[in-house]
Design a binder for this molecule. Structure first.
Ligand SMILES: NC(=O)c1ccc[n+]([C@@H]2O[C@H](COP(=O)([O-])OP(=O)(O)OC[C@H]3O[C@@H](n4cnc5c(N)ncnc54)[C@H](OP(=O)(O)O)[C@@H]3O)[C@@H](O)[C@H]2O)c1
Length: 269
């Protein structure tokens, strides 16, 4: 896919650069833009990737990956508009921003692919969902999927589903971290040393995730297999149900979806 430039090398931008390097992409085929010189120097030292201005990124890269916060998008698109044309490919990683925003602000027929990734990209285990904009062809989508496959798994969804994806897998790792944190607290409550509680829970999470990822059994069956009659697990499940944990998750993810919709509305014409 040639040279890729990441515009805005913060948490997710760095995760993509790092994942692409680990996946075998040569550093010479990667570029990034960054506002803070110290941060730019740090990234160049860590990955051997050159930091450039937006104009040079647009000139040298076939793919421009936008990874700034949604509130920083307008000035970046204004800067980018005179530098791109229909031969460029713009990939947006920004939560809640529709492809129509890019299509409105950039010259006619610039292809845009919207992506919702997540931070496990840092360890090559991202879950990304891609949606083509109006001018993006199947070939553009394939190129973006290939790029993302080197840092995790990819699905294609209609753009209308991107707010749901944002709430589910974009923010998803945070829910698991929150759960792990709460379970470690439970270990402390039961008198275990923190380091032991952490090890027990983190490894249980890794093991459970591997079993789920194998996909041979539905999560309900996997849970039932550890839930023996009159045993310990069913006592815990009763408390989870009594405290409405399932309903809380449904409401929490719905609230995240609503916020994603709200962020997108702020950028409507
Ligand atoms: N973090 C996640 O879990 C996650 C998951 C999925 C999607 N995303 C999306 O990824 C995007 C980035 O999120 P993040 O968490 O990585 O944010 P972040 O850490 O704040 O990174 C954004 C970076 O872009 C820089 N920046 C802003 N405007 C710029 C410009 N014009 N030129 C060059 N650099 C510029 C920022 O610099 P300053 O420090 O000066 O602001 C910052 O370093 C967001 O749109 C978010 O919706 C994030």
């Amino acid at each position: 896919m040639g040279t890729i430039a990441v515009l805005g090398a913060g948490k997710i931008g760095e995760a993509l650069l790092s994942g692409l390097i680990s996946g075998g992409k040569p550093a010479e085929e990667l570029l990034f833009t960054e506002r803070h010189p110290e941060r730019a120097a740090e990234l160049t030292e860590r990955y051997g990737i050159a930091s450039v201005g937006v104009a040079e990124a647009a000139k040298r890269a076939e793919v421009l990956v936008v990874a700034v916060k949604p509130q920083d998008i307008e000035p970046l698109l204004a800067e980018l508009a005179p530098l791109v044309d229909s031969g460029s490919l713009v990939v947006s990683l920004c939560a809640g921003l529709p492809t129509t925003l890019y299509e409105r602000k950039l010259p006619d027929a610039v292809p845009v692919v919207r992506v919702m990734p997540n931070t496990p990209m840092l360890v090559g285990e991202a879950m990304s969902a891609v949606s083509p904009g109006r001018y993006a062809t199947a070939e553009h989508v394939r190129a973006v999927e290939d790029m993302l496959r080197s840092v995790g798994k990819v699905v294609e969804v209609p753009e209308a589903q991107q707010d749901a994806v944002t709430a589910l897998s974009g923010s998803g790792p945070a829910y698991f971290f929150y759960l792990v944190e709460a379970m470690i607290d439970a270990g402390i409550l039961l008198g275990l040393p923190r380091a032991v509680a952490e090890q027990l829970i983190v490894q249980s999470a890794v093991g459970a995730a591997k079993m789920l990822a194998q996909g041979s059994e539905h999560p309900v069956l996997l849970r039932e297999a550890v839930t023996s009659p009159a045993g310990t697990t069913i006592n815990a499940i009763r408390e989870l149900e009594r405290h409405g944990v399932r309903a809380a998750l449904l409401a929490a993810i719905e609230a995240a979806r609503d916020r994603s919709v709200e962020l997108g509305k702020a950028h409507e014409a």
